[in-house]
Every structure is written in structure tokens, then in C-alpha cells.
Design a protein around this ligand. Structure first.
Ligand SMILES: *Cc1c(COP(=O)(O)O)cnc(C)c1O
Ligand code: SF4
Length: 341
């Protein structure tokens, strides 16, 4: 089936999923979205079920301690589809539609099937022209690879006309869910535009080795070099041997781990949350087990839009509850440890 057909025929509610799996419906505030071919893969893996099947825990009382906009995106929104938080780079959100709904998603309270209009895009181009300090445009979402090749090429083309943009980056989960999306046409467009920017960077979101399949591996090998980002998730990948297996597999495919994110405090996804102290221990074990080039940066987003910062501290596993923001000031990051474990 083509990836477009897969999107059209995907499961779109827990009710549909429940009747498919012959079980009771689980009502949550986040709707389910799973393409059928991917459902076949989820069925065989507990760590995939945890990531993509709704869970009663999403409705538990402690979920209210999480945030609806955990990383403060709204504070830095400059046009309907541009977020500018760091002076040198900006996030471009051409859609809030995803090929899968990940239960831990920090945008889980904002996802819908919207595509932004070309009029909004004019505003974004205008903003970029007025801000030549922005050197990188980063496609995120939703999932940017849910756009057609035609639309992506149009965006690449318009961005390539802005001289101050040196880099173009895409963050996507699509190749894991629907590997056929990395089709010949897309690869050709990507290669062509790679010559118009100093660098084009492809970042794959993947959390566990079981998300790969022979088809996924093959399409990534064909695509070429890529980076990865992984979210540390309680009871999915929160130990160093699971992460080692993942990073070794990425190395085998020709990729490099880029970020390991400490989970955000997301309303409805707090059952995936773990302590920074635990994360630091896992990360220090990775340093023993893996070559430096195969170890991602371990980072955490400070809530309320203060930005990403390193989560590791080489002085201590202990966490003071404060993190340095980009101006170098200590800000509070209270760990809701009262409901951990
Ligand atoms: C993460 C992020 C970026 C990209 O940061 P890098 O450290 O370059 O990967 C850009 N803008 C925002 C708002 C972000 O949250
Ligand atoms: S693909 Fe990314 S944006 Fe979409 S639901 Fe998953 S984590 Fe969220």
C-alpha cells in the first residue's frame, strides 16, 4: 500500500482499535492514530504497545501535574508556523498532523490534522528575511514528511532563496512508521537541495531497537546519512543496555545518535516520566559501553520556554532541582518525585 493510502485507512480512535483488537475501549483525551501495517508490528512488541496504545494511566490523578505546553512553545511563536527561541535557528511547523500518535508526545495536547496555508508561509518568509541571524530552518510538526514531495520541494525552494539560511533540517518519525515514504523522488529532491545549503540534516525520532524492521533498515540505508533523537521513557528504554542496542543498530545503518531527551512533564504522559538522577546514571553507563561518536547529548527542556540544556552533570548524579538557562541563570525545575515509582 502507498503511504498515502496507509494514512487514509489508519485507525483513528481507540474505539476502532478496541474493536480491531477485540477488547474494551479506553477513553483518554488523546485520540489514537495508527496505520494498519504499523499496527501489525506493534502487536508483537510490548515496548511498541507502551508507546502507541492508549493506557488507563493517562487518566490517573497525577497526570494533572504535567503541563499542556511543557516546553513553552507558545511564548516563542513568531508567525502561525514559526518558533524562534534560539537566535541562530528557528522551528518551522508546516503541519500538526502525524503518521502515528505517540502517547508520550510533548505536543499531544496540540496535534490535529491541520496543514498551514501558503499565506501563513508568506509571513514566515518575511520574518526570516527580517532576521538574518537565523542560519537554520528546522522542519518539525506534526511530522513534516506527511507533506507531499511537491509541497516539501516548494518549501525547500523558497527557503533556499533566503541567503542567510545556511542549514535546513528535518525532524521526523515517518521512516519508522511508513518506511516507503523515503521514496526515490524524495531522495532526489533531498540530494538536489543538499547542494543549495551548506548542509541538510535528517533527524529520525526512534526510541527502541524494536521500532526497526527489515523495511525500515533498507529504506534508511538507501537514504544515506542521518541523525537520531531518542526520548528516555520509563519502562520503554530506561536502561543502558536497551539504549546500547538501539545506538549500535543506528551505527550499523550509518546513522549517529544526536539527542537523548529527558522526558518532558506532559499532562497525560507523566507515567513515562523518570528522575533526572536515574537518567544521569544510565547516561554514565553509556559512556562506558559505547564509543564517543555513538553517544548522543543528554538534554532536558526547561519548562516554560527557557530552552534545552544538558541534563548530565559530571560532578554528581544528584540533582539540585535547578538548571541553567541559556542566559546562564539558574531556574527551577522541580522534579515531581512524589509520584515516581
Ligand atoms: C530544540 C529546539 C531547536 C533546535 O535546537 P538544536 O539544539 O539545534 O537541535 C530549535 N528551536 C527550538 C524552539 C527547540 O526547542
Ligand atoms: S511523531 Fe512526534 S510530534 Fe507526532 S505524536 Fe509522535 S512524538 Fe508527537
Amino acid at each position: 500500500m502507498s503511504w498515502q493510502e496507509e494514512i487514509k485507512t489508519a485507525i483513528r480512535s481507540d474505539k476502532e482499535l478496541a474493536s480491531y483488537l477485540d477488547r474494551e475501549t479506553i477513553e483518554t483525551s488523546f485520540n489514537t492514530f495508527i496505520p494498519l501495517s504499523f499496527l501489525e508490528r506493534i502487536k508483537n512488541s510490548d515496548v511498541l504497545k507502551k508507546q502507541f496504545f492508549p493506557n488507563e494511566k493517562e487518566n490517573a490523578f497525577f497526570q494533572s501535574t504535567g503541563l499542556v505546553d511543557p516546553i513553552g512553545d507558545q511564548k516563542h511563536q513568531k508567525t502561525p508556523n514559526l518558533i524562534h527561541r534560539y537566535s541562530s535557528r528557528a522551528l518551522f511547523i508546516p503541519t500538526s498532523f502525524c503518521p502515528i500518535h505517540c502517547r508520550y508526545c510533548f505536543r499531544r495536547n496540540e496535534l490535529n490534522e491541520n496543514f498551514f496555508s501558503l499565506q501563513d508561509f508568506e509571513q514566515t518568509l518575511e520574518y526570516l528575511r527580517e532576521h538574518p541571524e537565523i542560519h537554520e530552518i528546522i522542519f518539525t510538526g506534526g511530522d513534516p514528511l506527511i507533506l507531499s514531495n511537491e509541497r516539501l520541494e516548494y518549501y525547500f525552494q523558497e527557503f533556499s532563496k533566503i541567503e542567510s539560511l545556511k542549514y535546513l533540517r528535518i525532524h521526523t518519525r515517518m521512516p519508522i512508521v511508513l518506511p516507503q515514504r523515503l521514496d526515490k523522488e524524495f531522495i532526489t529532491i533531498w540530494k538536489n537541495y543538499s547542494q543549495k545549503f551548506s548542509r541538510m540534516v535528517f533527524v529520525l525520532h526512534v526510541n527502541h531497537k524494536e521500532e526497526f524492521s527489515p523495511e525500515v533498515d533498507e529504506s534508511l540505508r538507501k537514504f544515506g546519512h542521518f541523525l537520531t533523537q531518542t526520548v528516555l521513557l520509563k519502562e520503554v528504554n530506561d536502561d543502558s543496555s536497551t539504549l546500547c542496542d538501539l545506538f549500535e543498530h543506528i551505527a550499523k545503518l550509518g546513522g549517529n545518535p544526536y539527542y537523548l531527551h529527558h522526558p518532558d512533564k506532559v499532562a497525560g504522559a507523566m507515567h513515562f516520566y523518570l528522575d533526572i538522577e536515574q537518567g544521569r546514571k544510565i547516561y554514565s553507563e553509556l559512556r562506558q559501553k559505547l564509543p564517543g561518536w555513538s553517544i548522543p547529548h543528554y538534554v532536558v527542556d526547561i519548562p516554560s520556554g527557557e530552552g534545552k540544556t544538558l541534563a548530565y552533570n559530571s560532578e554528581s548524579f544528584k540533582f539540585s532541582g535547578k538548571l541553567m538557562n541559556k542566559e546562564g541563570n539558574l531556574t527551577n525545575y522541580a522534579t515531581p518525585s512524589h509520584f515516581l515509582n
